[in-house]
Write a protein that binds this ligand. Sequence first.
Ligand SMILES: Nc1ncnc2c1ncn2[C@@H]1O[C@H](COP(=O)(O)OP(=O)(O)O)[C@@H](O)[C@H]1O
Ligand SMILES: [Mg+2]
Length: 293
Amino acid sequence: MQIICLSRKPDGYACLRMRKAAESRGYSFQDLNPADVDICIGDGIFLKTEGKSERFKIPNVHKCALLPRLGALPVDHALAVVREFEAGHIRSFNLADAIQRTRNKIHAYQVLGNRSVPIPKTFVLANQRELDTVTDALPGGKYIVKLPVGVQGIGVMLAESRSSLASILDTFWGLNELVLVQEYIEGAAKDKRAFVVGDQVVASMHRSARVGDFRSNVHQDGQCTAVELSEEEARLAVRASRALDLDISGVDIAETGEGPVVLEVNQSPGFEALESVTKVDCAGAIIEYVAGF
Ligand SMILES: Nc1ncnc2c1ncn2[C@@H]1O[C@H](COP(=O)(O)OP(=O)(O)O)[C@@H](O)[C@H]1O
Ligand SMILES: [Mg+2]
């Protein structure tokens, strides 16, 4: 079996761990930087090496899979490369469509909400006109504002009053930026991250925001500890991942008075902190899933 890992960071933790996991199982593992790839639509993929452009030969092996590790903000070019592999009958884990729908939070919440996956109450407003409707529907006086595309807690804002909310929204609308307004969930400062591969939660951890922040992201110095999910949480994580048609995902879950909700689904989840606190071999789980497909 041959695995092609599409990533700008072949020396990053995830790619190195997946290479080791693949090679230790006797599979070949090839890095491909999307920045070196050109596409001639209908004619294939071309690779720039040492100044020359050469046709990339799709490996003629019984089984070949693509593993895109494009980060949380995959650029359109990289997604086009994934689609070109799919057109060449190479299965991508995750699929380009699933990556695209997940990277946009508004799109992802629409898919989840319309499939009855519990999410925080979320609004996308055209202008200030309906602001009272939103603030009436979200009691508590605190609101979350999110940019549709963001990572590592950047692009997630807390408004601690109606007037802060109104001024934040005015700012973004004035810049012609679309944002979503969301119910503030107290328990989200201490959420759970589930690493989902196929229909399994492979590993999970608790993440606690550092003092003075409401965001639990590892990149915002959130503290991680291993945790077992309840059966309900594990089922919810898999349901959210499947609703977005993802093979590999990181699902963030927060507890509310009415049960767990899905805060976010990540299509290129890092697993360095997770492997470190849980000692679970997440890279091995990915490779075994891909090989068994
Ligand atoms: N509705 C919410 N209420 C309270 N805190 C939230 C809410 N949504 C997100 N957060 C906090 O902000 C962090 C980042 O939000 P998230 O939507 O996951 O964006 P990112 O893609 O940047 O990780 C979450 O891990 C959580 O701690
Ligand atoms: Mg997140």
